[in-house]
Design a protein around this ligand. Structure first.
Ligand code: BYC
Length: 318
């Protein structure tokens, strides 16, 4: 293709983005747009799949049948989110096997938040309330992202995330209105999950390498700092309802800006976790690799069955 032809395709592409048209898998797109989408969508899919582990850890220890059923449903939803997202990613010309290989070899990133341990039942409440709460704030704008399959997957994901956030808040509410020990457990979970939840929304705008280009392509509709501020403004009043204290002595309502001011985030901790040195990075990756290896017989059996069926069809035609 000549340089002129590429320029003309790029101009058409930019015009479609400007008109808020969706880009579909078979449409022409710049190579960088395709690669950036594979990066973000696959990281998102991996996060959903690895994100099943911290909560999956508590399914057998849920305090009642009702709690067990809700937690089981939530964790299953996360598996579903991972699968839609892998499918959306495959439409960009990458195979599921390649994506899994990137995760299992440690090459691909997944959300930092899932490298923290879940120590008590209150952590199930804190994850739903804070982690799913932050996820909704990040993902609602993604429903109008420019790449069609990603945007459509996000619509369903967000509906389910709302239920997740509500179930988490309800666990916290119950604990906060229970015994003093239960309330203390809820406060302890908030203390441990607050800062990692703020970090989950990504590095500051000054440090973010992809935001500028991703905003131009309408992959991202809001910056990391905008989303973080929105999360804080929305969550602080909810902590007040629970009667819990946000573990930030600098947190203060600012009349002038109409937002909460907040304390310094420990970005060193964030980068350590992202680079694989968080409290549970090794455990999480090993659990995924183990599941992959132990599931080999299921994949082999499914492939053998599919082959047998297709041979039967061929025999019928012959
Ligand atoms: N953790 O330039 P930046 C869920 C990386 S799961 C690890 O700002 P970008 C749930 C980033 O990848 C939902 N790495 O990047 C499941 C980049 O490195 P690379 C998870 C992070 O992409 C189970 C570098 O830092 N949500 O809801 O413009 C139970 C520079 O960052 C993180 C999504 O995946 C992080 N937190 O913005 C409960 C949403 N943050 O790739 C709940 C989709 C940044 O150059 N993703 N990095 O090697 C996004 O919206 C964006 O990718 C981010 C980062 C806002 C996360």
């Amino acid at each position: 293709m000549s340089e002129e032809q590429i320029k003309s395709l790029e101009a058409d592409f930019d015009a479609r983005i400007a008109r808020d048209e969706k880009i579909e898998p078979k449409d022409w797109m710049p190579e960088k747009y395709r690669k950036t989408h594979i990066r973000q969508i696959s990281q998102h899919a991996h996060s959903e799949i690895v994100g099943m582990l911290p909560e999956g850890n508590w399914i057998t220890r849920a305090p009642s049948l009702r709690r067990k059923v809700a937690l089981l449903a939530k964790v299953q939803d996360e598996a579903g989110h991972g699968l839609y997202l892998y499918s959306a990613c495959e439409t960009l010309g990458v195979s599921r096997d390649e994506l899994y290989e990137q995760l299992h070899s440690g090459k691909a990133k997944y959300s930092s938040i899932f490298n923290y341990p879940t120590l008590t039942w209150a952590d199930m409440g804190a994850i739903g309330w804070l982690v799913d709460g932050a996820a909704i704030i990040n993902q609602v704008p993604l429903c109008s992202t420019s790449f069609g399959p990603y945007a459509r997957a996000m619509v369903r994901v967000c509906k389910e995330e709302s239920f997740h956030q509500r179930q988490g808040f309800e666990i916290m509410y119950k604990l906060c209105n229970g015994t003093p020990e239960q309330k203390e457990m809820a406060q302890d979970a908030l203390n441990r999950w607050w800062w990692p939840s703020l970090m989950m929304l990504g590095p500051t705008d000054a440090e973010s390498v992809h935001t500028e280009q991703s905003m131009k392509w309408k992959l991202k509709r809001k910056t990391n700092d905008e989303l973080r501020q929105q999360f804080i403004d929305q969550t602080v009043p909810q902590a007040d309802i629970l009667g819990l204290k946000i573990p930030d002595t600098d947190l203060e309502w600012n009349e002038e800006t109409g937002h909460y001011d907040f304390g310094e985030i420990q970005w060193d901790e964030f980068w350590q976790v992202v680079k694989g040195h968080g409290p549970c990075n090794k455990e999480r990756l090993n659990a995924r690799k183990d599941a992959w290896e132990k599931g080999a017989w299921v994949r082999d059996a499914a492939m053998a069955y599919a082959e047998k069926q297709s041979n039967k069809k061929i025999e019928k035609v012959v």
